[in-house]
Structure formats: C-alpha cells, structure tokens
Write a new protein. Sequence first.
Length: 247
Amino acid sequence: MSRVIDIPAADGTIDAHIVTPADADGPLPAVILLTDIGAVRPCYLEKAQRIADNGYAVLMPNIYYRDAAGIIVPEGKSFRDPDIRPSLVEYAGHLTPEAQSRDFTAWLNGIDAAPEFADGGIAVVGYCLTGGFTLRMAAEHPERIIAAAGFHSANLAKADDDNSPVQVVGNIQARVYFGHADKDELLPADQIARLDEALANAGVHFTTELYKGAPHGYTAKDATCSYHPEADELHYKRLATLLEETL
C-alpha cells in the first residue's frame, strides 16, 4: 500500500512515497528508505513494501527532486545503461553534504506531518550512494534517528576527504549496521577498517559485516550483473533484526 506526497523543502518540493502494510491500522514506526543511484523505481517500491510489511511506515523520498520528479529510469531500462547513467551521476553530484542536511530536515518534517507515522525514534537505511547519508543524518539528528543501516555502501571513509561521512560519526547516538559487499571497488578494505575504527573510537553501538561473494549492488534486482539473491535475502534478515530491536 503506497501513496505519493509532496514535501516542502528549502530547495524545492520533494516527491516521496509512503508505503505501509496492507492491513495497517493506525500510525506505525517510521523508516526512511533511501535509494541507490538509480532513484525510485519498481524494485525499490518492492523493497519498501517488504520492509513495511514487517510493521513499519516507510518514507522513500526522491533524492533527485532538484532535477527530476517521479521514476527517473524508464521501464525496461537499467540505471547502468550508458544512455541513463550520465544523468544520474550528474544529479548525484548535486547532493552535497549541505544539500543533504537541508533534505534531512524536510524528510523529518514530512514524517511529522503524515498520519501514517507514529511518534518516537526513526530508522534510516541507504544503499550504495546513500549509505553515507544514513551516517550523516544520524549524526545531525541524534535525538530522532535511533537506527541507521547501509548496504553495499560507497565511499564511506576516503582518506584525506574532509567531506567523508566518517568525519561525523562522533555525534551518532543511533545503533548502526552496515552490510558490505566483498571486494567492493567503491568501498575497499582500507575504508571499511577506517570506518570501523572511527565508530569504535566514538563509542557507537555498531555492527559491520562482509557479505562474502557479493558484488557491489547486490540488492538491486534490476541490475542482473550485480544482483546476488542470497546476499539480498541476508540483508533483509539483518535489517529486520535491527528494526525489531530498535523501533
């Protein structure tokens, strides 16, 4: 069950999906689901519904609302297609840390204004590009974000990058889980180690796990070259546990 809402934001109007279980009765704990670089599309609507069916209301915003509304990757196309990917990379380039911060506030305001969402702590989960968003949002809104998760996340802890999400983890109060892809070129072992060290030094309650044999993008059903069914199922299991134990 889903509906589309418009959320006023500092940089425009965010189109977003709210997804709930079919038998939802009353407000439910809130989960913010952030897409990978391919934005909102059928496989992510399916992902949002599966998460919601465990008893949550899911907000899935269009992270590229500044540039385009609705489903950006046409049906029958892949976000990896050479005629699609350049636009997505361009849109992603607009998501600076400052732009993310403004959007975080808008998402929280959208949750507060929608009847589907219960009061209380919020979870945020991201994939690939947006894995780092979850760390940043948890750090900037520690009073609201009580769980943060990322899967096949990219560029979380680049060395000598002042804008890296690893730089802000000291403010996190949420419980954190990351499921990393084995031999992920976008998150090599040195970055995983750097992130783990920073989380541990900050006293964050965290778990990181390496999904052996899983490539980057292992949850993306519409990317046949990277989708890994076993790793995808494991990610749902780990996410369900995190949400159950926090929300």
